[in-house]
Design a protein around this ligand. Structure first.
Ligand code: COA
Length: 323
């Protein structure tokens, strides 16, 4: 069978760093509160005029260089974002143009913080169906643009960044020993709109709107949904938690990540953690973490890597990859 093998990854963080101490000057909060409740110490914020496609383009170029491929060898770009440059066209098309890529096709997917897992599953299915042989899968966000900077319950959490993977079709035996994406699992439940949403949009208010969240409720659902989807993923391929080398979770909150790792019986050094330095970069958080752990040599060829994420919608999902 055809497998989508990861042949490169890259990431990009805007230069400006915003610390918890900086935030304490904007709203009634403290470094102690933020670290204790979330694990976040600092985050990166895009410069004025720096758009989601700019961050995505940096990450895409880094991933292509890492894969030793040129843009004209890519058939498909799937870009996950909830903060597109414009209502249309897709930010993916801006990245396509920025790469000088005049063939293939590019589109965005919108599943908020689960966006990267959705984009990866989408690209994997295009590759398995034979409609693309190579794909660039990107998660890129400028959440700083939809944050209400007067709301301390949300502005301390979210941030900006981008990460990208390059997938390439390779023949596999159809077993769990194959390299590549082994299985993906996606879920959504639109009844939970009011717990995490943006209060604006082209068709409703004709404004961009701001992120609104009932954090405690989101936390409660995240713990349950992530545990369920991880169980479903392992069962689908007949693996045990002990077969996992690395957990690369969506980086929303250290307490949620610790809870998921504990349930799986994974040690903390098997978890790729970036939330302390990146904050919650929504669709960018998983590929940012992947790129970091691949670049520093933690994730090695042949390792089993479990990705999971949960976000507005609600949406949630997971992917199991043999690196
Ligand atoms: N600084 C200081 N105090 C704050 C604060 C801040 N930045 N934000 C909220 N508080 C206060 C609240 O007003 C509340 O005060 P009260 O008890 O006087 O009403 C108190 O802290 C506790 O608030 P609560 O919301 O219960 O805290 P929590 O322990 O649930 O932590 C989150 C809040 C948001 C960190 C946590 O719920 C969370 O991480 N949820 C998941 C969010 C998430 O991951 N979203 C993205 C999904 S993709």
């Amino acid at each position: 069978m055809i497998r989508s093998v990861v042949v490169g990854c890259g990431s990009y963080l805007p230069e400006r760093v915003l610390t918890n101490a900086d935030l304490a000057k904007l709203v009634d909060t403290s470094d102690e509160w933020i670290v204790e409740r979330t694990g976040i110490r600092q985050r990166h914020i895009a410069a004025e005029g720096e758009q989601t496609s700019d961050l995505a383009l940096h990450a895409a170029k880094a991933a292509l260089a890492n894969a030793k491929l040129s843009a004209d060898e890519i058939d498909l770009i799937v870009l996950a974002t909830a903060t597109p440059d414009e209502t249309f066209p897709a930010t993916a098309c801006r990245v396509q143009a920025g790469l000088g890529m005049t063939r293939g096709f590019a589109f965005d997917v919108q599943a908020v913080c689960s966006g990267f897992v959705y984009a990866l599953a989408t690209a994997d299915n295009f590759i398995k169906a034979g409609q693309a042989k190579t794909a660039l899968v990107i998660g890129a966000e400028t959440f700083s643009r939809i944050i209400d900077w007067t709301d301390r319950t949300t502005c301390v959490l979210f941030a900006d960044g981008a990460g990208a993977l390059v997938l390439k079709a390779e023949e596999g035996a159809g077993s769990i020993n194959d390299r590549g994406v082994l299985t993906t699992h996606l879920h959504s439940d639109g009844r939970y709109h009011d717990l995490l949403y943006v209060d604006g949009g082209p068709s409703s208010t004709q404004t961009t709107g701001n992120l609104r969240m009932l954090g405690r409720e989101v936390f409660r659902h995240a713990v349950v949904n992530l545990a369920d989807v991880v169980k479903e993923t392992l069962a689908a391929v007949g693996m045990q938690a002990t077969d996992i080398d690395w957990l690369v979770p969506h980086q929303a909150n250290k307490r949620i990540i610790d809870g998921t790792a504990r349930k799986l019986g994974l040690s903390t050094d098997q978890v790729v953690l970036t939330v302390e330095r990146h904050g919650n970069t929504s669709a960018a958080s998983v590929p940012l973490a992947l790129a970091e752990a691949a670049a520093d040599g933690r994730i090695k060829r042949g390792d089993v890597v479990l990705l999971e994420a949960m976000g507005g919608g609600f949406t949630w999902g997971s992917a199991l990859i043999r690196w």
